[in-house]
Structures are given as C-alpha cells and as structure tokens.
Design a protein around this ligand. Structure first.
Ligand code: AMP
Ligand code: GLY
Length: 422
C-alpha cells in the first residue's frame, strides 16, 4: 500500500519511521517532510493546509492511506474531503477536530458528558470577561478559543495582567480570529501527563503514557515551547489513573459522541492534570503529540499501519496492540534563540555517528538537506531518542548520543526524564 503522511516535524518523522517497518507498506510520501524523513519517504512539496492539493496528489498516486500529523488540516476538514472522494485518511472529521480547534466547543462537550475538568466560563466580549476576572483570584487561566500554535493559554500573575491578556487576545487580536471568544477557567494544581488513545469510535486502546517538558530551560524554567523532550512511560500515570481516565473521560466521551451519530476515528490526546482529586482534562488534541510520539512509537510492537487502518475501518477490536516494556526518552535539540526568533542554516555534524549507536534513533524536525549536508531550518531541530531497560538507562543512552551531535548555537535540556527517576 502507498501511504501519504502530512506534516514536517519530529512527530511525522516518528510516524514515517514506524510505518516504514510495516511489510504492507510499499512506498511512503511525506508532504512536506524534512531532511531526515527524506531518507525513508519521497518528499512532496505541498503545504499541510493545501487540502485540495493534497487530495489531488493522493488521487493521482493511488494513496491507500493518508495519515494527518498536525491539527490544522484536520480542522480544515481534510478527512471529510478525502472520504467524500473515496480515499482513506487517519484522523477525525472537521466537526470532531473542533475538540482541539475550539476550546469553547471542547469545554462544552466535556461538560455535557460530565468529564472532570476545571470550572470555566466562555466570553465573546472583553467587558464581560474582565468583569468575571475581577470576581476571581489569581492564579487563573485565560485561553483563546481557537488554534494559536500552542501559545493561546495565559496564566496571569495579577488581575491587571489578566486584563491585559484579555485585551491582547480579544481587542488587539494577537491570535487573529482565534481570539473572538475566550475561556476563563480555574487554575488546577498537580502534575501534567499526556494520555493518548487509538479509537475507531467504539473500541478504545491506550497508547503508552508519556510526559512532555514544555519550558525551554532545565527545572521547568523560562518560556513555554512546543515541547523540549518527552519520556514514556510516565510513572505518574498508574493503572488506577488509567482506569479512571477510561471510565471518566474516554468512555463517556467516545460513547456519548457516537450516540449522537458522531464517530471519532483516529488518535485522541488528553492533556491531563493529575490533581489530588484525580485526573482532570486540561485539553484535547485530535492528533499525536509532539514530542510525545517520538518517545511512544519506538515502544510500539504492533504494525502501526494495521492499527491505523483498523481505526479507519471500525475494526480496532480485532487488533492486539502490544508494547515493548523498555523505556524511551526523546530530547529536543533546538536552535539558538528558540522559542523566540531563532537562527537557521547551521550545518549539523555527528548525525551518522549518533544514529549508529545502539538503541538510538534521531528524529528530525527542523532540518533540510542542501548539497549533501544537513542544515537546521527550524526552532526545534532534532529529537534525539533512545530506548533503555528503564528511564535512567534510556536517558543515559540519549545524552550519550547527543554528545556526538553538534551545530552552532544548539541548546537542549539536560534534565529530560529526571521527574521519573527517583
Ligand atoms: P492547554 O493548551 O489547554 O493544554 O494549555 C497549555 C498549558 O497551560 C497546559 O499544558 C498547562 O500547563 C497549562 N494549563 C492549561 N489549563 C490549566 C489549568 N486549568 N490549570 C493549570 N494549568 C493549566
Ligand atoms: N506536546 C504537546 C502537543 O503535542 O500539543
């Protein structure tokens, strides 16, 4: 079967890498891909949100399954468009992609199905939002309704700062139309973890748990980023937590939606706060996490193509999804300046040496090829990933591999995985 993977990050490299191990896969295309994906897929120069262009390519090339990495094409309705044209695509419909595409929609769905989540109110004008804010105390959480590239959540330290956030989102429109509405929600305390499922709308299968590291510097200091590293499994996600997440989050949600005729297919990601009262939902993402996927997929033993086709075809109950017992860590190497304005076009050395180390996989994110060289082309450049019998050994392997890799201005966290090592 011919596969098209849409996206260009470390997540998509991990998906392509895993799919390339399937005996049923004849060829993989990736649009637009990156310098590392090029080793295992043919890169196609079509943008991720050019849904008509992607459809045209998939039709011409008789693509058997299209796997959508990022959220934007899902929210734009790529799965509906492909299905209408008789093509299979892995991911939810546009309507259900709104679980990520609109925080207001998502919170209303959570409320409707009684999922544990922070109390909230939605606002469509700054005056009412500020009035409500002044009745509350900090810390409090302000969220732009729509997609904002991971930047739409503000946790102000003072009410004044909160008012400024409301102005910048709703009046100055720093996130464009994504700020037409906002959510103000109670601040939750606890430790965060990501729990993802595969589902065909009936059967629900957990992926192994993972934990992301959102801040740029060690010990969770500095500004938020797209994610500086991840490890799997996350010990905080115990069997009890998983049982509770199934019973109180995923079952009521997936069954509730299906009963309304809305069948969720694909991967669903719950960002959770493990609070003293149990797991609470912070957000849903309608896709694989980045960088969680780079730490999760190396542990998957089952053929990923079989799982994805079963999600699309409604036969997930027939698949026995198996995981390796080892641990995995993925450490992000980023460009100088990231997460603000960053440097580009720096030559990367040592990739071959790192790649050839035992239990090491180097996933590329912001890289490109130029005259036989690999150059940096994005903020997050690489996800240096390693397996090990436990988190400590996986960590040692990953950091040994990073020592081989160099590019000017390279920055990375030294403490990925520490939370899980006692
Ligand atoms: P979200 O995009 O909704 O996951 O929010 C991004 C980040 O903001 C989360 O990963 C948390 O670190 C933080 N956050 C969001 N909602 C809350 C909340 N209700 N309480 C505390 N932190 C939150
Ligand atoms: N790791 C966070 C995300 O994928 O949204």
């Amino acid at each position: 079967m011919k596969i098209l993977v849409i996206g260009s990050g470390g997540r998509e490299h991990a998906i392509v890498w895993k799919l390339s191990q399937s005996k049923k896969v004849d060829k993989i295309y990736c649009a637009p891909g990156n310098g590392g994906i090029k080793d295992m897929a043919e890169l196609v120069d079509i943008k991720v949100d050019d849904t008509p262009g992607l459809l045209d390519f998939a039709k011409k090339n008789k693509i058997g399954l299209t796997v959508v990495g990022p959220e934007t094409p899902l929210v734009k309705g790529i799965v509906d468009l492909f299905n209408k044209n008789g093509l299979k695509a892995f991911g939810p419909s546009a309507e259900l992609a709104m679980l990520e595409g609109s925080k207001v929609f998502s919170k209303l769905v959570m409320k409707k199905f009684g999922l544990a989540t922070a109390d909230f109110k939605a606002f469509n004008n700054p005056k009412d939002a500020k009035k409500y804010l002044n009745e509350k105390r900090v810390p409090i959480v302000i969220k732009a309704d729509g997609l904002a590239a991971g930047k739409g959540v503000i946790i102000p330290k003072t009410i004044r700062e909160g008012e400024q956030a409301i102005d910048s989102i709703m009046t100055e429109k720093v996130f464009g139309d994504s700020g037409n509405q906002i959510i103000i929600e109670d601040h939750l305390e606890g430790e965060e973890a990501s729990v993802l499922i595969f589902t065909d709308g009936k059967t629900i299968v957990f992926l192994e748990s993972a934990q992301d590291h959102k801040r740029i510097f060690d010990n969770d200091k500095g500004p938020n980023t797209g994610g500086m590293g991840a490890y799997s499994p996350a010990p905080i996600v115990t069997k009890e937590i998983l049982d509770s997440v199934m019973k109180d989050v995923f079952r009521p949600l997936i069954d509730g939606l299906r009963k309304q005729g809305k069948v969720y297919k694909g991967v669903l990601y719950a960002g959770l706060m493990i609070s003293e009262a149990g797991p609470m939902v912070l957000e849903f993402n309608v896709r694989f996490g980045d960088p969680e996927t780079q730490a999760i997929l190396p542990r998957l033993k089952t053929d990923l193509l079989d799982i994805m086709l079963a999600c699309v075809d409604g036969t997930l109950d027939e698949i026995d999804v198996k995981w390796d017992r080892s641990s995995c860590i993925s450490v992000v190497c980023a460009s100088k300046g990231y997460p603000d304005e960053y440097e580009k076009d720096k030559e990367i050395s040592g990739l071959e040496e790192a790649k050839n180390m035992k239990d090491v996989i180097v996933f590329h994110a912001g890289t490109k090829r130029n005259n036989g060289k690999i150059l940096t082309s994005g903020g997050r450049v690489l996800g240096v990933t390693a397996l090990g019998a436990d988190i400590k050994l996986a960590k040692a392997n990953a950091y040994r591999a990073i020592e081989k890799i160099k590019f000017e201005g390279m920055q990375y966290r030294k403490d990925i995985g520490n939370r899980a090592i006692h």
